[in-house]
Design a protein around this ligand. Structure first.
Ligand code: GLN
Length: 199
C-alpha cells in the first residue's frame, strides 16, 4: 500500500486497461498493470477491462495467467469485469469463438456482441440502486448481455427491456458497459469498497 490506498491490479494484456488505472488512481488506489502471475500475487483486487475477450483469453493462457487468475477468483479476490472482462468472469459464454474459454466464477451466462452489428454501440442512462439515486450514463460497445443469472447472483442494473447488464456475486462484480469512460466513478468506488472490506 505504497500510496496509502489498496493495491488494485488491472489485467493489462489487452484492451482499455489504462483508463481503469487512471480512474482507480484518481480514487486513491495504488493501481498497477498486471501481466504476470507475480504481479497478480501482490494485488488486493483486480479489474478485467473491456477489449476483446477471445484475445484476452488467448493471451492469458499464453502468458500462464489463466490458472493463477482462476485460483485467485476461487480464493475470493475481489474482481470487477467490464464488457470483455464480464465475459471473462462468466461461467458460460454464448456466441464465443471456437475454442474460446473464460475464467469463470460468476454463475451467469453472457452472450457476446448481444446487440448485433446494427447497434454496435449506444449510450443510455441506467438506474443502479446500489450506487444511489442518480442514474448512471452507460456506454455500450459491442457489449454482452447477461442471459442467465443463477443462485447467489444479484442483477444490479437492467435495460428498459429487462435485459441484465450489471451483476454482483460475493466479491465479483461485472458490467456490460464501460464506467471507466464516462467520468462517473461510482462503480469503481463501489468496487474499492469491496476491496477494502476483503483486505
Ligand atoms: N465484443 C467484445 C468481446 O467479445 C467485448 C467488447 C468490449 O469489451 N467493449 O470481448
Amino acid at each position: 500500500m505504497s500510496k496509502g490506498g489498496p493495491v488494485v491490479g488491472v489485467l493489462a494484456l489487452q484492451g482499455d486497461f489504462r483508463e481503469h488505472i487512471a480512474v482507480l488512481a484518481s480514487l486513491g488506489a495504488d493501481a498497477r498493470p498486471v501481466r504476470r502471475p507475480e504481479e497478480l500475487d501482490q494485488v488486493a483486487g483486480l479489474v478485467i477491462p473491456g477489449g476483446e475477450s477471445s484475445v484476452m483469453d488467448k493471451l492469458s493462457r499464453a502468458f500462464g495467467l489463466a490458472q493463477p487468475l482462476k485460483d485467485a477468483i476461487g480464493a475470493g479476490l475481489p474482481v470487477y469485469g467490464t464488457c470483455a472482462g464480464l465475459i471473462m468472469l462468466a461461467d458460460r459464454v454464448l456466441d464465443a469463438i471456437n475454442g474460446q474459454q473464460s475464467l469463470g466464477g460468476l454463475r451467469i451466462a453472457v452472450r457476446r456482441n448481444a446487440f448485433g452489428s446494427q447497434l454496435d454501440s449506444f449510450e443510455t442512462d441506467l438506474d443502479i440502486p446500489v450506487l444511489g439515486e442518480a442514474p448512471m450514463h452507460a456506454v455500450f460497445i459491442r457489449a454482452p448481455v447477461v442471459e442467465e443469472v443463477r443462485d447467489g447472483v444479484t442483477a444490479l442494473a437492467t435495460l428498459t427491456d429487462g435485459r441484465v447488464v450489471a451483476v454482483e456475486q460475493g466479491n465479483l462484480l461485472g458490467t456490460s458497459f464501460h464506467p471507466e469512460m464516462t467520468g462517473d466513478t461510482r462503480f469503481h468506488e463501489y468496487f474499492l469498497g469491496k476491496v477494502r472490506a476483503a483486505s
